[in-house]
Design a protein around this ligand. Structure first.
Ligand code: BT5
Length: 281
């Protein structure tokens, strides 16, 4: 074997090694911000949201972040599974202690969707859409999901765990068959691998900024930005929540984060939770 071949095979071995996140580098760019002063980093964990909840219950500070390279029990809503292969994407949870009326806790999901959409849009300008309430789409495919879990009593919100899973370098060939038709990643869309530290840094900065706006100016300041990313304004939609179905034409969202539909009788219907399916107009 020639020397040059030996060198290139060593390089291949090095390139094939999974690259772990360099958390110290991420934190360097976050100086002065509230989010990420404390980052709990795991190679593998059940679910970053579950761990963040334990930290919240033990009194951890607002802005504490949990990041994992992979999750064995990554969760979506209603106990659905979130595919979380190692060293490829980002899986994180941020602990918040918002001074919000519990009736407005859904605003946190919408705020996070705006912050996440802004970061994604920096990589694929003009292609990013929000699917109410918690998905980021590129084209018709899902790039990211948000899972917000709040602990409230009737008067106040104790804490909110804001979980984000976003597909960065997930090759479609590595996705389970049923996901391949419905999911995408920035690598699939742009053909270029994404530097995960830089995405994470931008995301924590963006979340910090949008959360600050929500605290200072309320949801009205963020709502127009959310509407700009809203995928299906004017589309006829079917919204399913367990065995309840609502049909109508999408108008937008209201101050509580509810989806507003105009039903077939011209009456406004507010939907607070559910899965949206676009119909032919
Ligand atoms: C979501 O739920 O979209 C919220 C996902 C939140 C995941 C993050 S990762 C960090 C944190 N810790 C956790 O345990 N969770 C959060 P939902 O709208 O219910 O969508 C779930 C559906 O998305 C699944 O049933 C699949 O169809 C699809 N899905 C699963 N894994 C995916 C992936 N990696 N990319 C795109 N779609 C996926």
């Amino acid at each position: 074997m020639s020397d040059s071949k030996a060198v290139s095979s060593i390089q291949q071995v090095i390139i094939a090694e999974p690259a772990a996140l360099d958390i110290a580098r991420v934190q360097q760019g976050l100086a002065g911000g509230r989010f990420g002063k404390s980052i709990h980093y795991f190679n593998e964990i059940g679910s970053t949201n579950s761990h963040a909840r334990e930290l919240a219950e033990a009194g951890a500070a607002e802005g504490t972040v949990v990041v994992a390279e992979s999750q064995s029990q990554g969760r979506g809503r209603l106990g659905r599974r979130w595919e979380s292969p190692p060293y490829t994407n980002l899986y994180l949870s941020i602990l918040l202690r918002p001074k919000l009326n519990p009736a407005h806790a859904a605003q946190i999901t919408l705020m996070a969707a705006v912050a996440l959409a802004d970061v994604v849009d920096g990589y694929v300008p003009g292609q990013t859409a929000i699917k109410w309430p918690n998905d980021i789409l590129i084209g018709k495919k899902k790039l990211a999901g948000i899972l917000t879990e709040a602990s409230c009593d009737t008067e106040r919100v104790h804490h909110v765990i804001l979980g984000v899973g976003v597909n960065l370098n997930y090759a479609s060939g590595a996705m389970p068959e049923e996901l391949r038709r419905r999911a995408t990643s920035l690598l699939e869309v742009t053909g270029k691998p994404v530097e995960r530290e830089s995405f994470l840094q931008r995301l924590l900065q963006g979340m910090d900024r949008c959360y600050g706006e929500l605290e200072r100016a309320g949801f009205d300041a963020l709502a127009p930005r959310w509407q700009n990313y809203f995928a299906w304004r004017g589309r006829r939609l079917r919204v399913e929540l367990l065995d309840q179905v609502t049909l109508g034409t999408a108008k937008g969202i209201d101050r509580d984060g509810a989806l507003v539909l105009i039903d077939d009788h011209g009456i406004e219907q507010r939907v607070l939770a559910g899965d949206v399916i676009p119909l032919e107009n």
